[in-house]
Design a protein around this ligand. Structure first.
Ligand code: ADP
Length: 479
C-alpha cells in the first residue's frame, strides 16, 4: 500500500491548505510513498513576510538567553527524533538511512553551536582618532531572511541557515525543495515546538514559482539560497533588483589530485567517498580524479574493485552504502549527461548508460581518459559519475584542477609536504582538503567556494555572523 502524505504551508502558526501542485514519489520505491504539496502564491508570501517581520521585533524582546535556550531545545529534539526523521528522508529522497541519521545529528549539532553563538554576538569599543570620541561596532539582526533550500540535505542545509538566523535575532521565511518537503515539514514541526515567537520560521511550499515569489517579495531583507547555478543566478538578479543582501551556495566540479607518492588506500577511500557516497549528490562531490601516470593504473584497478563491492540498494537497509538518486527527473538528467559523454567518445570503465537500474537508481560510473575541455571536465553531473584525468606531473595536475569556472572544493592525496603546500596556495577553490575527500565539512568551520560556485558571505561556523547581521559603526563624543 502506497502511503500518501499531503502537506500544507505553515504561516502565522497555522496550516494553510491549497490545491496539490507538486508530487514526489519515493525514488527508491515509488510504491512506498508519495508526497504532495501546494504552491505558495504572492499573497501568501506577503502574509508570511509580514508575520516574520513581527517575529523579528518579538525575538528582540525575547532576548539572547531565551533564543539560545530555544536553539538548544531544537538540537535535543532533533536528536530524540533522529530515527523517525531519517527514515522519512530516506523514503522521500533515496539517501541511505545511515547518511540521513548522520545528517540529523549534524543538524542538531549546528543548533547547539549557534545556541552558543547567540550569546557571543559581541561588538567592539575603541578610541576614535578624534580626541575624546569613542567608536563602537555592533552587530544587529538583518530582519526577515528568505531561505531557499535544496533536496540533497533536507535537514543539514536548512539547519545551517535557520540556526544562525535565529541566533542573531532574525526571522525566516523558508521555502524547501519540492523534492524534500515532507522531511522539511517534519523539521518545521520541531522548530514550531521550541517556544519561539509565532512567525520566527514561516514555511511556504512549492516549486520554483514559490521560490521566485519569495525572492521578489517586498519586505525580505536577505536571501540565503543553496541549489543549482542556473537558479542561483536568477535569485541573485532578483535580490539585486530589490537591493537585498544575498548568499548563494551552488555547485562544483570538484577535483581530487592523486600524485605518484600518495598512500594508495587513502586515495581510493577519498575517491570512492567523494565520487559515490550520497550517490554523488553533494555539491562537494568529486567528479574529476586528476592522477599522475605512475600511480594511475594501480589506482584504477583498486578503485574499480572497491566500487564493485559497494552495497547499492534499499536505502532503508543499514547495510546499504549507496541509495538511489533523489528523484526520477534527476535520473533522466544524469543519464542524458552520461550519454552525451559516451557519444563524445569517452568510455565508462564501470557503470554508464548500458548499466540500467530500476527506479531512480543509477550505477556508479567511471570514465577513463577524460578530457579537461569536455563535458566531464567542465559541467557538473550531480550523480555518481567521475572521470579520470591522466596527467604527467603536479604542475599539469594544478593546471587541470584550476581549469574550471566552478571553485567549491578540491583535494590532493600526496605525502609530499611541498606539493601539499603548493596545492593549498594555488588551488582556486574555497575548500581545500589534503589526504581527505573533497566532500565532508565540519559544522563549526566556514563553508563556501569561489568562481561561479558561491556568491556573498560564507555560511557556517563563526563566519555565519557576517551574513546574518548588519554591522553598525557608531561614533560618540561625550560633551
Ligand atoms: P535542483 O535543480 O537541484 O532542484 P534548484 O536550484 O532548481 O536545484 O532548486 C533549489 C531550490 O530553489 C529549490 O527549493 C527550488 O524549488 C528553488 N527554485 C527553483 N527555481 C527558483 C526560482 N526561479 N526562484 C527561486 N527559487 C527557485
Amino acid at each position: 500500500m502506497t502511503e500518501t502524505i499531503r502537506l500544507a504551508h505553515h504561516v502565522g502558526g497555522r496550516a494553510v491548505d491549497g490545491a496539490m501542485t507538486f508530487s514526489q514519489a519515493s525514488p527508491s520505491n515509488p510504491d512506498d510513498l508519495v508526497v504532495e504539496g501546494p504552491e505558495a502564491d504572492a499573497a501568501l508570501v506577503a502574509e508570511a513576510v509580514a508575520n516574520a517581520r513581527s517575529a523579528v521585533d518579538a525575538l528582540d524582546q525575547v532576548g539572547i538567553e531565551a533564543r539560545a535556550d530555544a536553539l538548544s531545545r531544537i538540537g535535543r529534539t532533533l536528536l530524540a527524533n533522529a530515527d523517525r526523521l531519517a527514515l522519512l528522508a530516506t523514503r522521500e529522497t533515496g539517501k541511505t538511512i545511515n547518511d540521513a541519521k548522520g545528517e540529523v545529528v549534524r543538524a542538531a549539532r549546528t543548533f547547539d553551536f549557534f545556541a552558543g553563538e547567540a550569546l557571543r554576538n559581541i561588538g567592539e569599543r575603541f578610541a576614535s582618532t578624534r580626541p575624546g570620541a569613542m567608536v563602537e561596532v555592533d552587530y544587529a539582526p538583518v530582519g526577515v531572511v528568505a531561505a531557499i533550500t535544496p533536496w540533497n540535505f533536507p535537514f543539514a542545509i536548512p539547519a545551517w541557515k535557520i540556526a544562525p538566523a535565529i541566533a542573531f535575532g532574525n526571522a525566516v521565511v523558508w521555502k524547501p525543495s519540492e523534492i524534500a518537503s515532507a522531511s522539511a515539514d517534519a523539521f518545521r514541526a520541531i522548530l514550531a515546538e521550541a517556544g519561539l515567537p509565532v512567525g520566527t520560521v514561516e514555511m511556504l511550499l512549492g516549486a520554483g514559482g514559490a521560490g521566485a515569489a519569495l525572492t521578489g517579495a517586498d519586505g525580505v531583507d536577505a536571501i540565503s539560497f543553496t541549489g543549482s547555478v542556473a537558479t542561483g543566478n536568477r535569485v541573485v538578479r532578483a535580490a539585486a533588483e530589490k537591493g537585498v543582501r544575498a548568499q548563494m551556495e551552488m555547485g562544483g566540479v570538484n577535483g581530487l589530485i592523486i600524485l605518484d607518492d600518495a598512500n594508495l588506500d587513502v586515495a581510493v577511500d577519498c575517491a570512492i567517498n567523494g565520487a559515490y557516497f550520497n550517490a554523488g549528490q553533494r555539491c562537494t562531490a568529486t567528479s574529476r580524479i586528476i592522477i599522475t601516470d605512475g600511480i594511475a593504473d594501480r589506482f584504477i584497478a583498486a578503485f574499480i574493485e572497491r566500487a564493485k563491492a559497494l552495497k547499492i540498494g534499499d536505502p532503508r537497509d543499514p547495510q546499504t552504502q549507496i541509495g538511489s538518486l533523489a528523484a526520477f527527473k534527476q535520473k533522466t538528467l544524469i543519464a542524458s549527461q552520461v550519454e552525451q559523454a559516451e557519444a563524445a567518445g569517452f568510455k565508462p570503465l564501470i557503470g554508464g548508460s548500458a548499466d540500467a537500474r530500476p527506479h531512480a537508481f543509477f550505477a556508479p560510473t567511471l570514465f577513463d581518459n577524460a578530457a579537461p575541455a569536455s563535458l566531464l571536465g567542465q559541467e557538473e553531473i550531480f550523480g555518481p559519475v567521475a572521470g579520470i584525468f591522466r596527467v604527467r606531473d603536479f604542475e599539469e595536475a594544478m593546471t587541470v584542477l584550476n581549469n574550471n569556472r566552478y571553485g567549491l572544493s578540491s583535494s590532493i592525496c600526496t605525502r609530499s609536504l611541498v606539493h601539499a603546500e603548493q596545492f593549498k596556495r594555488r588551488a582556486r577553490t574555497g575548500m581545500r582538503m589534503v589526504n581527505m575527500p573533497t566532500a565532508g565539512a565540519d559544522y563549526h568551520a566556514p563553508f563556501g567556494g569561489v568562481g561561479i560556485s558561491s556568491f556573498g558571505p560564507r555560511e557556517q561556523g563563526r563566519a555565519a555572523r557576517t551574513f546574518y547581521t548588519t554591522l553598525h559603526t557608531t561614533y560618540q563624543l561625550a560633551v
